[in-house]
Design a protein around this ligand. Structure first.
Ligand SMILES: Nc1ncnc2c1ncn2[C@@H]1O[C@H](COP(=O)(O)OP(=O)(O)OP(=O)(O)O)[C@@H](O)[C@H]1O
Length: 331
C-alpha cells in the first residue's frame, strides 16, 4: 500500500471565464481522515471537488489522489463521488441505477448481485430499491446517490452536501453511515453546510471564501481556540467590570445567560434583593477561569455559578466570515 496521502493539492486553481472558481488551494488529506470543506454559497467548494474527481481541469497548480495524477483511471477507480443536486434516471428502479454505476465501474456481475442489495440496505433504501426513481423523495434520491458513490468500494469518498435534502432523522442516519465508513478506514471529503456533521465527523477542516482558503486546521484545535465562560456574580457593583477588564486585559462583559444555567454552580443561591449579574468572557483555559474566579471573590463579590460554553462550529464559522465580502448567491 502506498504511503501517499489521499489528497495532495498544491495551489490548485480553477478560474472560469468569468473570473470565478477557486484559487491556490493547498491542502493535504491523510488516508483514513475525515476532512470537512466549508464555505458560504459560491465559495468554490464544488469547483474544487470537481477538479479532484477529474470532472473539470484545473487552470493552475496540481494535485494527486492516492498518489495518482488527477483525472487518471487509477485515481478514478479508487474514489466515490456523490455530487450535489444530481438527478438520476427516473425511469429506472433504484437498484437498476446502482447496477448501472456498477457496470460503469466494471464490477463483475456476480459481485454486483451480492453488493447492491447490501448497499441499498446500508443507505436505508432496502426493498424500495425495486421502485422507480420517479417515485423517490429527494431524500431517497440522496441515499441512492450515496449507494452509487460506494458501489466500487472506494478508498476515498467525496460527498457534496450528502444530507441537504434529508429530514433530521435522515441526516442522523447518513451521519451514522459516514461514521461507519470512517471506522472502516475510508477517507471522507465532506462538503457541507451542516456544520454539526463536520464537527462530529471530521478530524480537520478548511474554510473557503471567495475561492481561497481562509483558515484550515484540526477541528478540535480550531474550536478550542476560544471557549466562552460565564460567571454568575452576586453583590455586583459596576466598578467590578471596569476593574476586571483593566486588571486582566480580557474582554469581560455583561451576558444574558440567565436562561443558560447549568449544574456547575456552587450550590449557593443569591439572597433576595442582592444585585446579581452574569458576566462572560472568552478564555484560553481553565487556569485563566480560576484566576478570574479568584479576582471576583477578592473584590468582595460572591460567585454563584460558573459555566463553560464550548464554541459551536456555527459560531466559529459566522465569526470567520463576518465582515468579509463573499461573492455568493447574495450578489
Ligand atoms: N461553470 C461555471 N462557469 C462560471 N462560473 C462558475 C461555474 N461554476 C461555478 N461558477 C462560479 O464559481 C464560484 C464557485 O462556485 P461553486 O459552485 O464551486 O461554489 P460552492 O462553494 O460549491 O457553492 P454552494 O455552496 O452554493 O454549492 C461561484 O461564484 C459560481 O457562480
Amino acid at each position: 500500500m502506498s504511503s501517499a496521502p489521499a489528497i495532495d493539492a498544491n495551489a490548485l486553481t480553477k478560474e472560469y471565464n468569468n473570473g470565478r472558481g477557486c484559487r491556490d488551494v493547498t491542502i493535504t488529506v491523510g488516508k483514513g481522515e475525515a476532512f470537512g470543506f466549508l464555505g458560504p454559497n459560491g465559495a468554490g467548494k464544488s469547483t474544487f471537488v470537481k477538479m479532484l474527481v477529474g470532472l473539470i481541469s484545473p487552470t493552475g497548480g496540481n494535485a494527486s489522489i492516492l498518489g495518482h495524477p488527477l483525472g487518471s483511471l487509477e485515481a478514478k477507480a479508487k474514489i466515490g463521488y456523490l455530487p450535489e443536486l444530481y438527478r438520476y434516471q427516473e425511469w429506472l428502479t433504484g437498484e437498476e441505477v446502482v447496477r448501472l454505476h456498477a457496470r460503469l465501474c466494471r464490477i463483475e456481475r456476480t459481485l454486483a448481485d451480492k453488493r447492491i442489495p447490501q448497499l441499498l440496505q446500508e443507505v436505508g433504501i432496502g426493498q424500495r430499491g425495486k421502485d422507480r426513481v420517479k417515485h423517490y423523495s429527494k431524500g431517497m434520491q440522496q441515499r441512492l446517490g450515496l449507494a452509487c458513490a460506494l458501489v466500487n468500494e472506494p478508498e476515498l469518498i467525496f460527498l457534496d452536501e450528502p444530507s441537504s435534502a434529508l429530514d433530521p432523522i435522515g441526516r442522523m442516519e447518513v451521519r451514522m453511515i459516514l461514521e461507519r465508513l470512517k471506522e472502516r478506514g475510508i477517507t471522507i471529503f465532506l462538503n457541507s453546510h451542516l456544520l454539526e456533521d463536520v464537527e462530529v465527523l471530521c478530524d480537520r477542516m478548511a474554510l473557503l471564501n471567495n475561492g481561497a482558503v481562509l483558515r484550515h486546521g484540526k477541528v478540535s484545535e480550531m474550536l478550542s481556540q476560544r471557549t466562552r465562560w460565564q460567571f454568575k456574580v452576586g453583590g455586583y457593583t459596576p466598578f467590578l467590570l471596569s476593574w476586571l477588564n483593566e486588571h486582566t486585559g480580557l474582554n469581560i462583559r455583561h451576558s444574558d445567560a440567565g436562561a443558560e444555567r447549568t449544574e456547575q454552580g456552587n450550590g449557593q443561591e443569591p439572597e433576595a434583593g442582592s444585585s446579581v449579574v452574569w458576566l462572560e468572557a472568552e478564555l484560553d483555559n481553565e487556569e485563566q477561569a480560576g484566576w478570574l474566579n479568584g479576582l471576583i471573590v477578592e473584590q468582595g463579590m460572591t460567585l454563584y455559578e460558573v459555566t463553560r460554553k464550548k464554541e459551536r462550529l456555527e459560531e466559529w464559522f459566522m465569526d470567520a466570515v463576518s465582515g468579509l465580502s463573499h461573492r455568493g448567491e447574495r450578489e
